[in-house]
Design a protein around this ligand. Sequence first.
Ligand SMILES: Nc1nc2c(c(=O)[nH]1)N[C@H]1C(S)=C(S)[C@@H](COP(=O)(O)OP(=O)(O)OC[C@H]3O[C@@H](n4cnc5c(=O)[nH]c(N)nc54)[C@H](O)[C@@H]3O)O[C@H]1N2
Ligand SMILES: Nc1nc2c(c(=O)[nH]1)N[C@H]1C(S)=C(S)[C@@H](COP(=O)(O)OP(=O)(O)OC[C@H]3O[C@@H](n4cnc5c(=O)[nH]c(N)nc54)[C@H](O)[C@@H]3O)O[C@H]1N2
Ligand code: SF4
Ligand SMILES: [Mo]
Length: 670
Amino acid sequence: MVETVRFNCELCMAMCGMIATVEDGRLVDVKGDRDHPTSAGYTCAKGRALPERHHGDGRLDFPRLRGERVSWDTLLDDATGEIQRLIAEGGPNSVAGYYATGQAFSGGAYPMLDLLAQLGSNQVYSPMTLDVAPRLRAAELVTGIPFLHPSWFPEEGPTLCVMLGTNPTTSGGWIGSARANMPQRLRGFRARGGELWVVDPRRSSSAKRADRHLAPRPGTDHFLLAWLARELLDKGHDAHEVASACDPADVERLRAAVAPFTLEVVAERTDLAADDLIELLAAIRRHGKVVLLGGTCLGFQPEGVVAEWLALAVMIITGSLDVEGGLKYLSAGHGMIDGPAFAYHAPEDGSASPGPASRPDLDGLLGQFPAVTLPDEIESGQVRALLVFGGNPLTSVPDPDRMRAALAKLDVLVVIDPFDVEITKMATHAMPCAWVTERTSFIHEPLQGLDRSYLSPPVVPPGGERQQSWWIIAQLARRLGKDVLDGLDPDTSDDDTVVRHLARARADFAEEVFAGGSHGAAVPTGIGWVHEKMLPGGRWRLAPRVLLDRLTAALDQESGGLRLVAGRRMNSLNSRVYALEDGTPPIVISAAAARDHAISNGDRVRVSTASGAVEGLVEVDAALGDAAVYINHGWLEQNVNRIIDRMPDRLTLQPVFTGISVQLERVDAQ
Ligand SMILES: Nc1nc2c(c(=O)[nH]1)N[C@H]1C(S)=C(S)[C@@H](COP(=O)(O)OP(=O)(O)OC[C@H]3O[C@@H](n4cnc5c(=O)[nH]c(N)nc54)[C@H](O)[C@@H]3O)O[C@H]1N2
Ligand SMILES: Nc1nc2c(c(=O)[nH]1)N[C@H]1C(S)=C(S)[C@@H](COP(=O)(O)OP(=O)(O)OC[C@H]3O[C@@H](n4cnc5c(=O)[nH]c(N)nc54)[C@H](O)[C@@H]3O)O[C@H]1N2
Ligand code: SF4
Ligand SMILES: [Mo]
């Protein structure tokens, strides 16, 4: 029997519409769904490899207790028995959770977060402090609301787009730019007269599609942005927006803080030609409005939170946010736009959140502990059980050796994952869960910039003894005397019922989404509602004191020498290689670095910092900025997190992943 199923590939934020062919219960083929409202048939190599990965031998098929195959009942009883014992001995904070990218966009982590909350544990960790923290902090400081981010659609809004630290034609985008089918949409943007600039030390796939590519010295974007703010405050700003939606004292404070960032200073610090800078400024003045589309590598920089703020500030003063012809904000539901004005703004210096006891020098962020402090909490004996849900802390967090040693010390390491990977092999309790091909997903991420929400059905039933994630967590919860399914019985409820039930609590237009299935429904949006309903007193906090201080201090910081560049590649997603026939990527260096260090293509090199060293084979890329050394993350052996400092940024609680100073040397064959 042959049937076709329309579903969404949820591997990245593009959420492409797919059509699966299922033959006698076997997933044999996927292709892009041409009728899909956003992806229109587009797929990438990762999505096209879904059938092979689904059936491949890397799957986790059976529950495993300390390496031995057991029944689900045995595994769940053992895990919860141990957890109860640890809670009795050390209190609820003995149990920690790390929920991450693997099921981040399908709402799958909500039951786990609910379980931790019901247990009374404050031990919550996630890539929030490895990924988005600078963006959240900047939004919080400027709007009082960490989750309020503008969203760019190439089909509408400003006719000038400047990408900084993002490469959406490879990544599928990020907060504010999560988009399917970016290559075609960028072509359309330019064909309609849109102008695209890409600021990136690498000639990325997006840079290749741009009108202009500027390759700055890594980690210096805040200089470029401060100069743009300086010049636009002088000429090119939107006088109405500045007068009506900003505090005049803030405008003067910003003007004073950016005054030292002259063309000469900025050209010198960024390695960009003065002529290029002048042309960029002229383009902004010509277009009037601009989208400064920042990605992970804007916030990953040493002054990432400053750069994030300055990008917002430039968009505010040019009248590019929440006005006709500008960028829209997407809402989580109709209630957000039509309801009462938002009244829970953070204080002007940002919200405070308690940090972990073992690191009294550090705060938390928005109710979570910094991911880098998980090993501290384990070593101090506070955390003795850890639930890992869709994440790989062995590759995503700085100082992997210390992380590995800490994880090995745990009494209980529950890992819920559809694949049998390094972290499931370390698990005391390995719990095989359904993958994207095997579950119903409610995909609803408007605040991350996804303009449609979807209900994606399973393509085939779960193979092996895999269970739905909600089932696993609800079974753990039930044995601990808790209910995370809002009254539904995990033994008798089916996947579709549970997912719809949990979805209704998350979105007030859930029924519309259900009706649309994998084509979904548009999330409510509009123009002006952010000024009207969300901003504190209807005004942007244009010049947060903590950021002004950081900007001024940045003038004295050194930015010379070789600098690390972070960045993603098409075939893998963080630590998971999804596309077929792929292996460890090279360490990429510039022609200038190759010459200065007498290194050639294929040589083995060592890249080091005070934190450690990473080795790999080199590729010389003539298009790479002179100061750049590009290393992809997510690899166990060639693990770039060996050279990342464990000390996070004070304001964001996130490590600095790009733009740090590195040493380069050739490793000669013995
Ligand atoms: N194929 C693929 N897609 C993915 C992922 C993946 O691993 N692979 N990961 C997913 C995840 S978890 C996320 S968070 C998103 C992230 O999505 P994006 O934020 O778009 O991330 P990248 O594609 O890494 O793009 C970052 C770009 O910034 C550049 N860059 C590095 N340092 C600097 C700098 O100092 N200044 C400037 N201006 N640019 C710099 C890099 O060269 C790179 O091209 O992608 C998601 N999608
Ligand atoms: N040096 C450096 N470090 C970085 C970054 C960087 O650029 N440089 N990027 C940072 C960023 S942006 C992020 S988001 C983090 C990523 O950090 P993590 O999320 O911790 O890492 P991933 O490799 O994405 O882990 C995904 C895991 O989920 C599993 N998985 C896949 N599908 C499913 C599913 O359907 N359900 C469940 N339960 N599990 C699933 C995979 O097998 C894998 O084990 O890393 C951060 N760390
Ligand atoms: S991984 Fe590829 S196919 Fe899947 S959603 Fe992202 S871009 Fe689309
Ligand atoms: Mo991420």
